[in-house]
Design a protein around this ligand. Structure first.
Ligand SMILES: NC(=O)c1ccc[n+]([C@@H]2O[C@H](COP(=O)([O-])OP(=O)(O)OC[C@H]3O[C@@H](n4cnc5c(N)ncnc54)[C@H](O)[C@@H]3O)[C@@H](O)[C@H]2O)c1
Length: 333
């Protein structure tokens, strides 16, 4: 099968090698607005060619992977769907709520599968936690904590087009919260601060974040994030209930140091970045997309589900801006 990747930046270049390693992928074209980036990414693997965005569509691929910046997602998804090409697009669905709703409505009028890139759904730990909750091993869920911390900020130029920390980063937490628990968020109180580089504040964004989320069964969830977690890349989820608990991400590479004398855990090298922490998950999600493009399975993460995660991010963004709790009904309306 033939694939094209649009965007060869931080995540795009990783997807190039991950996609080429999948069974069933014979040809790959890498396209970027910057021809040098497309060429470098293509040359990093064998059997890949490079070109412009128009070249990627003329190539008539069996599937398109969009790894361009968030403001380009809506236009590229719709161009691919109108051309009848199965599409994978990185999160978030689009840069604004209005364009995300428009994308969902148009995608649902076509019979072309679209998969959004929430790779945590393919991570072994999150999958095991979901199974444990569904099997009743945790009992009735009472407590949930989510954590997403980068060791260092993304490049300064990334931030103004990212949509802010809730849409860009915590959207992963919002999606996995819904997916693991099967529950909806009804209200959010979010806050954040600027302790780091001036470019966060200049873009109206924060580099330290926290939120309290209430689920539709009354479960309280807390969330924290940072762009300056010196110990490493720390992504975790804790679920606790009336019978037991599960901790996702608590492995030998978790960037934690115990203060207890004699404790040797964790023994490994801390996760340095998202590319290493989620390498297996990215591979599994792109393997799923190859099956989607082959018509063997439906999309495992539709634009409609991505929109649900975006509603939570919108509520969190509004909550932080106005310093009040925001009900999801308000942003849906
Ligand atoms: N799932 C994840 O874990 C994850 C991780 C990082 C980024 N992302 C998402 O991936 C997207 C890209 O992020 P990044 O960090 O790789 O950004 P980046 O800035 O490193 O790379 C973006 C690339 O796209 C190119 N580009 C710009 N406009 C384009 C267009 N219209 N068509 C094609 N290419 C274009 C740029 O030249 C650049 O090479 C963002 O939407 C981001 O939210 C997801």
């Amino acid at each position: 099968m033939r694939f094209a990747i649009l965007g060869a930046g931080r995540i795009g270049i990783a997807h190039v090698s991950t996609l080429m390693a999948q069974t069933g992928v014979s040809e790959l074209l890498v396209a970027d607005l910057d021809p040098a980036r497309a060429r470098t990414a293509a040359e990093s693997v064998g059997a890949a060619s490079h070109g412009t965005i128009d070249d990627a569509f003329s190539f008539r691929p069996d599937g398109i992977v969009i790894a361009a910046p968030t403001p380009a997602h809506a236009e590229l998804i719709l161009r691919a769907v109108r051309a009848g090409i199965p599409t994978f697009c990185e999160k978030p669905l689009a840069e604004s709520l209005a364009s995300s709703v428009a994308v969902v409505e148009e995608v649902e009028r076509h019979d072309v599968p679209v998969q959004i890139g929430f790779q945590r759904r393919f991570d072994a730990g999150y999958r095991a936690a979901k199974q444990a909750l569904e099997a009743g091993d945790i009992g009735e869920l009472r407590r949930l904590h989510l954590l997403t911390c980068d060791p260092t900020p993304p490049p300064a130029e990334y931030i103004p087009q990212s949509g802010g920390i809730y849409r860009d980063c915590h959207i992963h937490d919002f999606d996995i919260l819904r997916w693991v628990t099967g529950r909806e968020v009804v209200s959010v109180f979010a806050t954040g601060t600027n302790r780091g580089a001036a470019f966060f504040g200049e873009a109206g964004d924060v580099d330290e974040s926290a939120a309290l989320l209430t689920l539709d069964d009354g479960t309280l969830a807390t969330l924290q994030g940072s762009r300056y977690n010196g110990a490493g890349y720390d992504v975790r989820m804790e679920l606790a209930g009336t019978l037991g608990n599960r901790s996702v991400g608590l492995d030998d590479r978790v960037p934690l140091t115990s203060a207890e004398p004699g404790v040797g855990f964790p023994a490994g090298t801390p996760w340095p970045n998202f590319q290493e922490r989620f390498a297996a998950a990215y591979s599994a999600e792109l393997a799923a997309f190859v099956s989607v493009a082959a018509g063997e399975r439906p999309s495992p993460c539709t634009p409609r589900e991505a929109l649900e995660a975006l509603y939570i991010a919108e509520a969190a963004t509004l909550s932080r801006a106005e310093g009040r709790s925001v009900r999801l009904d308000e942003v849906r309306g």
